[in-house]
Design a protein around this ligand. Structure first.
Ligand SMILES: Cc1cc2nc3c(=O)[nH]c(=O)nc-3n(C[C@H](O)[C@H](O)[C@H](O)COP(=O)(O)OP(=O)(O)OC[C@H]3O[C@@H](n4cnc5c(N)ncnc54)[C@H](O)[C@@H]3O)c2cc1C
Ligand SMILES: NC(=O)c1ccc[n+]([C@@H]2O[C@H](COP(=O)([O-])OP(=O)(O)OC[C@H]3O[C@@H](n4cnc5c(N)ncnc54)[C@H](OP(=O)(O)O)[C@@H]3O)[C@@H](O)[C@H]2O)c1
Length: 562
């Protein structure tokens, strides 16, 4: 029988892991990546970006970090190298087409909004349906259409389409005499160029997520207190100085089954609901415990930066940032190299930013919008049929069953659109689940049941993440979420040795490894550095190159010139 062809859009973490599982299940993947390199957001970040969680939490389940990476929080380069070695190890390069931008995807086959089953038949590959994937080769400026049996969309949430706030006419960047850019452009600059760009300039940064924080730090280190930068922002969020509040691992407080007992869950039964209610004072206590640690380490109160919401709420919505102590940020605030201005609204005037509330004027040569991305727009626009696009944006958050399948979009899955504390692990689990679905290991329930389940998660996210519910964070319930994926796949969700460990030990990616033999091979980094995982020794030089010219091996994809 012919191999089923699966188009994967994007070669970031989600696309790579989807490709790997497609291959292992006998499908024929082709990955389209618009950039010249794999890695997605990790291909280029601003200079100081590192992993925000310990690397043991941010790794593929079947491909641990090499022992040569001793940093607990690896740098962007180390992460990028790790992704290259993953691609090399699983021989993904022949399936990846770089410089290949998907312009749009169009469904060709019978479809009805009234279907009570996904794809009409609940089969992943119904006999007549195909997707046409229009791909522009950015080097040759030619477009080809690939006809495939299934599409996995992995185009990422925090890249490509900037979120630039809208302003009333005459109050936006158009009246500003300086330069206004999005952080995306700053991040794309060479590190030296980025430093040169802000050197000697009055910089205003809008937004105080992790990107705003990092850019402020960089500006402060280049310009010092002589030319301070100003961060204009709306809300405070908790910044974590370390992962051991008062000496206790945060993983024991938030990333084990016991901690999840403190949280009301979508679809929970009476017993779990009762336990969560009874334990809610403990949940409050845990949050206060961590907050007291943070407030001891960092002078949030002195700078009027104590968040209004609890640490737990920021954790549930994945809105905390890791700012390792000691950190230059508060030094820079003390010295006056960074100034903070909290305000719900602001506008531009010719010479800078005007704070609407108190009419403060902040002069600027450069304004950098660190205001995040419009990932949902990007996702919506990939669909040529507006009905499908509307399904994506028709509700406050992208409504996906198991955060992967839209019940009414046929033969298509989406990976990487809901946030977690370890996005690599979550994408790994989702790719495993999606490909198990494709190989027929389980069937999806009816459209109606899937919609009900999505609604239950909606309710949960509204309650746990409030105004950030559109980010679809599974932050507080990762294990509960993975349990459901495991049960669907027929995989035991209990991954620990014994009930005590299962209840109290933190869960991580390696707990979900399904093929331990993969650990025994040699892993390579692209900079000719060779390493062996977990204490194996060898010598030699090798190279990983993801070549834009490599062809898909054994491909029988239908290609039409557009
Ligand atoms: C600076 C930064 C740091 C981060 N740090 C952390 C962290 O420490 N921990 C954590 O858990 N998460 C972190 N994240 C979140 C991060 O987004 C995920 O961890 C993960 O890397 C996302 O991978 P992805 O493959 O889903 O998306 P992406 O990495 O965004 O990859 C998507 C890929 O799709 C490609 N693409 C998009 N559109 C098209 C198209 N039309 N045609 C072809 N290709 C296309 C893009 O070029 C890109 O390569 C960070 C995000 C950013 C921006
Ligand atoms: N590993 C790392 O070191 C690292 C580095 C950078 C980014 N990241 C990750 O990458 C992802 C994106 O981060 P990000 O900081 O670029 O984006 P983000 O998390 O979406 O944060 C955007 C920020 O902009 C603010 N904002 C949005 N719209 C605004 C508006 N109209 N006016 C004023 N402010 C506005 C938000 O404020 P409110 O909070 O008030 O909504 C928020 O502070 C996150 O997951 C982050 O953790 C990680």
């Amino acid at each position: 029988m012919d191999k089923k062809q699966v188009a994967i859009i994007g070669a970031g973490i989600s696309g790579l892991v989807a490709c790997k599982y497609c291959l292992s299940k006998g499908f024929e993947p082709v990955v389209f990546e618009s950039e010249s390199d794999i890695g997605g957001v990790w291909a280029k970040t601003i200079k100081t970006t590192r992993l925000q969680q310990p690397k043991t939490q941010y790794q593929f389940s079947d491909f641990p970090w090499p022992s040569t990476v001793t940093d607990v929080f690896p740098t962007q380069k180390q992460i990028h190298d790790y992704l290259h070695s993953y691609a090399k190890h699983f021989d993904l390069a022949p399936y990846i087409k770089l410089h290949s931008k998907v312009k749009g995807i169009s469904y060709d086959g019978p479809w009805s909004e009234k279907w009570s089953l996904w794809n009409g038949t609940v089969e992943a590959f119904p006999p007549q349906g195909k997707w046409n994937v229009a791909v522009e080769n950015l080097q040759s400026s030619t477009t080809q259409v690939y006809t495939v049996d299934f599409v996995i969309v992995c185009l990422g949430r925090f890249k490509d389409v900037p979120n630039i706030p809208e302003f009333p006419k005459g109050k936006g960047p158009e009246v500003f005499q300086g330069q206004a850019i999005h952080s995306m452009k700053y991040a794309a600059m060479d590190n030296d160029k980025a430093a040169e760009f802000v050197k000697g300039k009055k910089v205003v940064i809008i937004g105080f997520g992790k990107t705003g924080l990092d850019i402020a730090r960089e500006c402060a280190s280049v310009n010092g207190p002589e030319i301070p930068c100003t961060v204009v922002y709306r809300r405070d969020h908790w910044k974590l100085p370390d992962w051991h509040p008062w000496g206790l691992s945060l993983a024991y407080l938030y990333f084990n089954r016991f901690s999840e007992l403190l949280v009301h869950k979508p679809g929970e039964g009476l017993l779990l609901s009762l336990i969560a209610t009874l334990l809610s004072p403990l949940g409050w206590g845990v949050s206060k415990f961590v907050e007291s640690h943070i407030n001891k380490k960092y002078p949030f109160a002195k700078f009027d930066m104590v968040p209004k919401q609890s640490f737990s709420k920021d954790t549930y919505s994945c809105m905390i940032s890791y700012m390792p102590n000691p950190d230059t940020f508060f030094d820079a605030l003390e010295k006056g190299s960074i100034k903070m201005k909290k305000s719900p609204s602001y506008s531009f005037y010719e010479k800078g930013i005007l704070i609407d509330e108190d009419k403060t004027k902040i002069e600027a040569d450069i304004v950098i919008f660190a205001t995040g991305f419009k990932g949902v727009e990007k996702l919506k626009n990939i669909f040529e049929q507006s009905t499908f696009g509307h399904f994506i944006t028709g509700s406050p958050r992208v409504p996906l069953y198991r955060e992967c399948i839209h019940p009414r979009i046929p033969q298509l899955a989406i990976i990487g659109f809901s946030e977690s504390f370890s996005n690599i692990h979550t994408s790994d689990m989702r790719a495993k689940w999606v490909t198990a679905l494709l190989e027929g290991a389980f069937k999806l329930p009816s459209v109606n049941e899937m919609q009900k389940d999505i609604e239950r998660w909606d309710e949960y996210m509204k309650q746990s993440s409030g105004e950030y519910h559109h980010r679809s964070s599974i932050g507080a319930l990762e294990i509960w979420y993975y349990d459901q994926l495991c049960k669907d796949m027929g995989m035991n969700p209990r991954r620990k040795n014994g009930p005590w460990a299962d209840l109290f030990e933190p869960y991580g990616p390696i707990d979900y490894a399904t093929n331990s033999t993969q650990y025994s091979s040699i892993l390579e980094f692209p900079n000719n550095q060779i390493y062996l995982p977990m204490g194996i020794h060898s010598s030699g030089i090798s190279e990983t190159v993801i070549s834009p010219t490599k062809k898909i091996v054994g491909s029988s994809l239908v290609i039409r010139q557009k």
